[in-house]
Design a binder for this molecule. Structure first.
Ligand SMILES: Nc1nc2c(ncn2[C@@H]2O[C@H](COP(=O)(O)OP(=O)(O)OP(=O)(O)O)[C@@H](O)[C@H]2O)c(=O)[nH]1
Ligand SMILES: [Zn+2]
Length: 211
């Protein structure tokens, strides 16, 4: 693992002014970012989010997934505590890249679910790695995380890689009519610990609850 810290700067957002830390992965040429708020290097576990890039959800307002909603909610919660860390990892499309994600979305438009679409393209359902988090967190002095995620495989992978995850904090937000099926597949096939009833709807969206 060849993660190199490059530079840090202020990053004002609607919720807080974070410090943005830029890292380069010399092996892949990808760049990754960490946002921190407050003193994250004391030994009290830090509220954290390990977020995988989703250009469509994070930047283009896509309602197909819950990524953009989770990103905003995570930053708001960190701002609420005045302390926390968000790692923004450039592993778009669960690691298959943007163009393959668009291919996968095309298959989903024709009826495949998110897992079947990846498999039809010859990929595993989830190709992400989390080992790069260790040098990033070490650089920031983060010793333990209260991790905002619904994904138990993410907790397991981080723990295996040596990250001390003391608590999993649910992050169920952004339900809307376009991502209901996707969220159900994540819960059913990818093992995410969440039920649609737990979700807060995306703002301005009226979800009809069944049962
Ligand atoms: N291949 C593929 N990737 C997707 C799709 N929808 C979202 N993604 C990517 O999935 C990643 C986010 O993963 P999720 O499974 O939504 O969530 P997670 O990170 O595992 O779990 P949480 O921590 O609970 O958010 C991002 O890299 C997205 O670009 C899809 O239909 N196909
Ligand atoms: Zn997404």
């Amino acid at each position: 693992m060849t993660i190199r810290f490059i530079a840090a700067s202020r990053l004002p957002t609607p919720w807080a002014t974070f410090t943005m830390h830029g890292f380069e992965d010399e092996a892949t040429g990808k760049d990754h970012v960490a946002l921190t708020l407050g003193d994250v290097s004391s030994d009290t576990p830090v509220l954290g989010r390990v977020h995988s890039e989703c250009l469509t959800g994070d930047a283009l307002f896509s309602m197909r997934c819950d990524c953009g909603y989770q990103l905003q909610e995570a930053l708001k919660r960190i701002a609420g505590e005045g302390r926390g860390v968000l790692l923004y990892l450039r592993q778009e499309g669960r690691g298959i890249g943007l163009l393959n994600k668009i291919r996968a979305y095309h298959l989903q438009d024709e009826g495949a679910d998110t897992v079947e679409a990846n498999e039809r393209l010859g990929f595993g359902a989830d190709m992400r790695r989390y080992d790069l988090c260790v040098p990033m967190l070490d650089h920031l002095g983060v010793q333990a995380l209260r991790l905002m995620t619904n994904n138990p495989r993410k907790v397991d992978a981080l723990t295996r890689d040596g990250v001390n995850v003391t608590e999993r904090v649910a992050l169920t937000t952004g339900l809307n009519p376009h991502n209901e099926g996707y969220l159900s597949t994540k819960a059913g096939k990818l093992g995410h610990m969440m039920a649609l009833d737990d979700f807060t709807p995306a703002s301005g969206v009226d979800i009809e609850r069944k049962g």
